[in-house]
Write a protein that binds this ligand. Structure first.
Ligand SMILES: *Cc1c(COP(=O)(O)O)cnc(C)c1O
Length: 410
């Protein structure tokens, strides 16, 4: 570790799938909108309002350009959680006369799963599709799940824990053939890989600024305006902003930052992907030289900047302690104050132990070579040290099949 230490500032942030820092170029663009240009974008009677509205229009254009939509199809929200709520609850209410069945997937973000469970209590029928060991859905199962009362398919673009990209265009085609709306939570994909709502056949799409170097607290729902024209029932009522689908005074500085972040992502995507993807590949190649380490999720259908790796015979809490110089996520989801293994990893078929001893690395455009050098050394050291102390590892090395041992129950 001596080679890399000194050059890097600890801890190293490798949790960019949770949130990214705001790009300084984004912040710079936002600042005037807190003080000088502070108007309400809905004020029609004076220049303060017009200036704010102009800034929002610019941001709408920047965001629309990134996803290949028209500016009018962007509905600003407080983030992807709200966008998912608006999409699912909004479709459930707006299209109630067409049916009540919604299809989603068991590895979705909680903002989709819990919203589905909420509308289930209100009379919706929900099908959660399973995924295979690579984290991918089966398209035949999707087709088979569609019924005459199906109104919505909600399937994420890319997964937030393992980075796996679902076959979006094929899903969209199936939805189109069946005359069912297709919503995708594209929070992890937008800004990182090319996303085009027309080419991809998406009807509704959630995404958020703070996962793409913009500020927290601002997101968007893309709602298609033609072929077909989609509408959602507002979940927040009031002044009728955002074409009546989401009321509330617009977060002008946040939206300006979101717009700038979108512009930078569009401009730098190829360059960022090439560099960050190479760093991820190097990190993964090095860490998988560790015996009994496994990459979780499809290798081919995956975001370029994410790696999720499990290390057998390593205890989860010990692993997190061992890598405390790295800000990473573990395969344990902190739900209701108890440490539960990640439901996403369990859906891939990992047992509780292996899920706990998994690490998610999310790289960003700010991740450096030196940071990856350090991370590699840090994880290797931690895993080797824990295994040196592990009787299970010793037994494994002695060729004892641990799955066949009958443990004493207490
Ligand atoms: C982060 C995330 C969300 C939540 O976004 P917020 O803007 O924080 O509400 C939803 N879905 C996915 C896939 C995410 O990664």
């Amino acid at each position: 570790m001596s080679t890399a230490q000194g050059k890097v500032k600890l801890p190293i942030y490798l949790d960019n799938s949770s949130t990214t820092p705001v790009d300084p170029r984004v912040l710079e663009t936002m600042v005037p909108y807190f003080t000088n240009v502070f108007g309400n974008a809905a004020s029609r009677n004076h220049s303060f309002g017009w200036s704010a509205e102009d800034a929002v229009d610019t941001a709408r254009d920047q965001i629309a350009s990134l996803i290949g939509s028209s500016a009018k199809e962007i509905i600003f929200t407080s983030g992807a959680t709200e966008s998912n709520n608006l999409a699912i609850k909004g479709v459930f209410e707006m299209y109630a006369q067409n049916g009540n069945h919604i299809i989603s997937v068991e590895t979705e973000h909680k903002a989709v799963i819990d919203t589905c469970l909420h509308v289930e209590k209100l009379g919706a029928e929900i099908t959660f599709l399973k995924v295979n060991e690579k984290g991918l859905i089966n398209l035949d199962e999707l087709k088979a799940a569609i019924k005459p009362n199906t109104i919505l398919i909600s399937i994420m673009y890319a997964n937030n824990e393992i980075g796996v990209i679902q076959p979006i265009r094929e899903i969209a085609e199936i939805a189109k053939q069946a005359g069912v709306l297709f919503h995708t939570d594209a929070t992890q994909a937008v800004g990182k890989i090319p996303v085009d709502v027309i080419a991809d056949g998406i009807h509704l799409m959630s995404f958020t600024a703070h996962k793409m170097y913009g500020p927290k607290g601002v997101g968007a729902l893309y709602v298609r305006r033609k072929n077909p024209r989609v509408k959602v029932t507002a979940q927040i009522d009031g002044g009728g902003h955002e074409r009546g689908m989401r009321s509330g005074t617009l977060n002008v500085p946040g939206i300006v930052g979101f717009g700038k972040a979108a512009e930078l992502c569009e401009q730098d995507m190829e360059k960022d992907t090439a560099r960050v993807g190479a760093l991820r590949d190097r990190l993964e190649a090095e860490l998988t030289t560790i015996e009994e380490s496994y990459v979780n999720g499809s290798i081919e259908h995956r975001l370029p900047h994410v790696a999720n790796i499990s290390f057998t015979y390593v205890e989860g809490e010990g692993l997190m302690m061992g890598v405390k110089d790295l800000a990473v996520s573990s395969g344990s989801a902190c739900t209701s104050a108890s440490l539960e293994p990640s439901y996403v990893l369990k859906a891939l078929g990992l047992d509780d132990e292996l899920a706990h001893s998994s690490l998610r690395f999310g790289l960003s455009r700010f991740t450096t070579d030196e940071e990856i050098d350090f991370a590699i050394e840090c994880v290797k050291t931690a895993v080797y040290k824990l295994r040196d102390m592990s009787p299970l590892w010793e037994m494994f090395k002695d060729g004892i099949d641990l799955k066949k041992i009958e443990w004493q129950e207490h």
